[in-house]
Design a binder for this molecule. Structure first.
Ligand code: ADP
Ligand code: MG
Length: 243
């Protein structure tokens, strides 16, 4: 579904991504892991053209999307969340989701107000924010804000969802809820690419995992292969994350 081909990203003297190649299969959850500064978020920025890759290509459903405008990429079906969860603090849950839906309306102008409202109801129930729909974004807990950020993304009706460390700062209960939600999203037919530090969540959710370190891909494989890969163990040496 997605092919990242020889992508590099340079910031002045710094090589944030160095000739990275991998693919994402449709209807899977793919993990991207690696120490801080490895280039994970930069990879999402290159895929979505939040900023373009310096070299290489990104192919989505057979189409070269390198250098396209970010809104065009959203319309093609790729939506992402940012590392530090972003919701609109002064908007209600419902109106936050409406901002995502505006993209969808551009795709399909024929939908009636009732159909659009029903779609938002469905998304609110899907992520489990029913009792909070009139609450302001700023009054939600971190776990609820993450659900809302995902709900905003789902309102764009993506084919592929890119999530940048959604479990950051969550307690175990919130992380479990997130894991369940991501399984449901995959079942719904949305392919997921997940950057995540919570190894239990990554290993439990992902069919395949790509490991980045200092901008390079150092490993790729199933959770079991990754867990036993000496390069990966070394990259994480001194951190308890793979324990
Ligand atoms: P990760 O998400 O794996 O922690 P990042 O992709 O955020 O890593 O960063 C990779 C490297 O690129 C880091 O050294 C970071 O400082 C640098 N970097 C990321 N974004 C920018 C930017 N907009 N300008 C300059 N350097 C950046
Ligand atoms: Mg990051």
């Amino acid at each position: 579904m997605l092919e990242v081909k020889n992508v590099s990203k340079f910031f002045k003297g710094l090589v944030a991504l160095d000739n990275v190649t991998f693919t994402v299969e449709k209807d899977t959850i793919q993990g991207i892991i690696g120490p801080n500064g490895a280039g994970k978020s930069t990879m999402f920025n290159c895929i979505t053209c939040f900023f373009p890759a310096s070299k290489g290509e990104v192919i989505f459903e057979g189409k070269n999307i390198s250098g396209m405008k970010p809104h065009k990429i959203t319309e093609l079906g790729i939506t992402r969340t940012f590392q530090h969860t972003q919701v609109f603090p002064e908007l209600t849950v419902r109106n936050n989701i409406l901002t995502g839906q505006n993209v969808m309306q551009r795709k399909d102008r024929k939908r009636s107000k009732e159909q659009l409202r029903a779609k938002i109801d469905e998304i609110i129930a899907f992520v489990g924010l029913e009792s909070l729909e009139e609450n302001l974004g700023k009054n939600l807990s971190l776990g609820q804000q993450t659900k809302l950020a995902i709900a905003i993304s789902l309102a764009t009706e993506p084919k592929m969802l890119l999530l940048d460390e959604p479990a950051a700062g969550m307690n175990p209960e919130e992380t479990n809820q997130l894991v369940d939600l991501l399984r449901k999203i995959k079942k719904m037919g949305v392919t997921v690419v997940l950057i995540e530090h919570d190894m239990k969540a990554v290993m439990g959710l992902c069919e395949r995992i790509v490991v980045l370190e200092h901008g390079k891909k150092i490993a790729e494989g199933s959770p079991k292969e990754i867990r036993n890969n000496p390069k990966v163990i070394e990259a994480y040496l001194g951190s308890e994350e793979l324990a």
